[in-house]
Design a protein around this ligand. Structure first.
Ligand SMILES: Cc1cc2nc3c(=O)[nH]c(=O)nc-3n(C[C@H](O)[C@H](O)[C@H](O)COP(=O)(O)O)c2cc1C
Length: 328
C-alpha cells in the first residue's frame, strides 16, 4: 500500500488506541509484522503538549519504520498547528481522528462526532493538508448514525481536500463498539474514492483478514483490539495472505518471552512505578487464553514492584529469566 511517497509493506497497520499503542507496543508490533503503527492521538490544545504524558507520546526515539501520529480536535487552525508541531517532532504521516467515539473527544465535538458536519470536515482536512509537507490520512467511521451512513460523502470530501489515505472502522458513531462491524459501507467508500483505504473493525484472525480484504477491496487492513496481548497477529496475517497457510501459534514460552520484552520496554518508557501499572492490562491480555490466567492476573494486580511483576510472569510462562533470548 502506498501513502504519498511511502510504500507500506505489509499493508497491515496497528490501529491507534489511546492508552495502549504507546511507543513500546508500536515497536513490538512493527517488529512482529505491522507495516505501520499510528501513535495514540495528540489533542490539538497546545497547553497540553508539554505535559509529561504528551511529551512521552510525541517521543518517537528508537521507533523503526514510518512515524505516523494521530491528532484530534475540532478546530481547523488548531489542528493545523498540532500537525505542524508533530511534523517538527518527527511525524512522517499525520492522521486526523474522525473515528473515535470516546466521550472526552466527542464532548468537544471532535473524533467521530465531526462526521455530522461535512463542511467542517472539509475545512479541517484542507487546513491540515495545507499545513504540512507530509501525507495526511483520515480515520473515520462508516457514518454518524445507522440512519446516516455518510462515509462515502465524507471520503469524497477528504479526497478532494488532498487527504492521502483513509482508514474506515465498519461501525457508525452511534454504534460505539456494539454489534458486529459491517463491511458493505467500507466497500462503498472504497468505490467512491481513488485514494488508498485501510479496512478496520473486528479483524481478529487470518481468515477474517482475507474475507474483509475480498469483501471491501481495501488496500490494507488495520487491526486494533485483536493485537492486544497478541502483537504477532500481524505476521500471522501477512503469512496467511501470502501463502494461504497458517503459521503455528507461538508456544507459551515464546509468548512469555515477548511479554517480558514488552514489560522491559514499558518500565523503560514510563519508569518502573508507572510502567508496572501500565503493564497490568497488557499482562492480562497476553495470558487470557492460558489456563489459570484469572488467579495469576489477580496476583499480578497485587504486586507493586517491577522485579516481582517480572518474576510472576516468568513463573506463569515457565521461563528461566537468564535464558530469555531463546524464548523470544
Ligand atoms: C482502548 C481503545 C482506544 C482507542 N483509541 C483510539 C484513538 O485514540 N484514536 C482512534 O482513531 N481510534 C481509537 N480507537 C478505535 C480503534 O482505532 C479501532 O478503530 C477500533 O478499535 C476498531 O478496530 P478493532 O475491531 O480492530 O479493535 C480505540 C479503540 C480502543 C479499543
Amino acid at each position: 500500500m502506498r501513502i504519498g511517497p511511502y510504500l507500506i509493506e505489509p499493508a497491515l497497520a496497528l490501529a491507534p488506541m489511546a492508552g495502549v499503542t504507546d511507543r513500546a507496543f508500536r515497536i513490538l508490533c512493527k517488529r512482529l509484522g505491522a507495516g505501520l503503527a499510528a501513535s495514540e492521538m495528540t489533542i490539538d490544545d497546545p497547553r497540553f503538549w508539554s505535559t509529561p504524558k504528551s511529551r512521552s507520546r510525541m517521543n518517537h526515539s528508537g521507533e523503526p519504520g514510518l512515524i505516523a501520529v494521530q491528532i484530534a480536535g475540532a478546530d481547523p487552525l488548531r489542528l493545523a498547528e498540532a500537525a505542524r508541531h508533530n511534523v517538527a517532532q518527527g511525524a512522517q504521516i499525520i492522521d486526523i481522528n474522525m473515528g473515535c467515539p470516546a466521550k472526552k473527544v466527542c464532548n468537544a465535538e471532535a473524533g467521530s462526532a465531526l462526521m455530522r458536519d461535512e463542511a467542517l470536515v472539509a475545512r479541517i482536512c484542507s487546513a491540515v493538508v495545507r499545513a504540512v509537507p507530509v501525507p495526511v490520512s483520515l480515520k473515520m467511521r462508516t457514518g454518524w448514525a445507522r440512519a446516516h451512513r455518510n462515509g462515502p460523502a465524507v471520503a469524497r470530501i477528504a479526497e478532494d481536500c488532498g487527504i492521502a489515505a483513509l482508514a474506515v472502522h465498519g461501525r457508525t458513531r452511534e454504534e460505539l463498539y456494539a454489534g458486529a462491524a459491517e463491511y458493505d459501507t467500507i466497500a462503498a467508500i472504497k468505490q467512491a474514492v481513488r485514494i488508498p483505504l485501510w479496512a478496520n473493525g473486528d479483524i481478529d484472525t487470518p481468515e477474517k483478514a482475507r474475507e474483509v480484504l475480498r469483501h471491501t477491496g481495501a488496500d490494507g487492513l488495520m487491526i486494533g483490539r485483536a493485537a492486544q496481548g497478541r502483537p504477532w497477529i500481524f505476521r500471522e496475517i501477512a503469512h496467511f495472505l501470502a501463502t494461504g497457510e497458517r503459521l503455528p501459534a507461538p508456544s507459551p514460552r515464546q509468548v512469555g518471552g515477548l511479554l517480558l520484552q514488552h514489560l522491559d520496554a514499558l518500565y523503560e518508557l514510563y519508569g518502573e512505578a508507572a510502567g508496572l501499572r501500565v503493564a497490568r492490562k497488557h499482562i492480562q491480555w497476553y495470558c487470557r487464553s492460558h489456563a489459570g490466567s484469572e488467579a495469576f492476573w489477580q496476583a499480578v494486580n497485587r504486586v507493586d514492584s517491577a522485579p516481582l511483576q517480572r518474576q510472576l510472569v516468568c513463573g506463569f510462562f515457565d521461563l528461566d529469566p537468564g535464558r530469555l533470548a531463546q524464548a523470544a
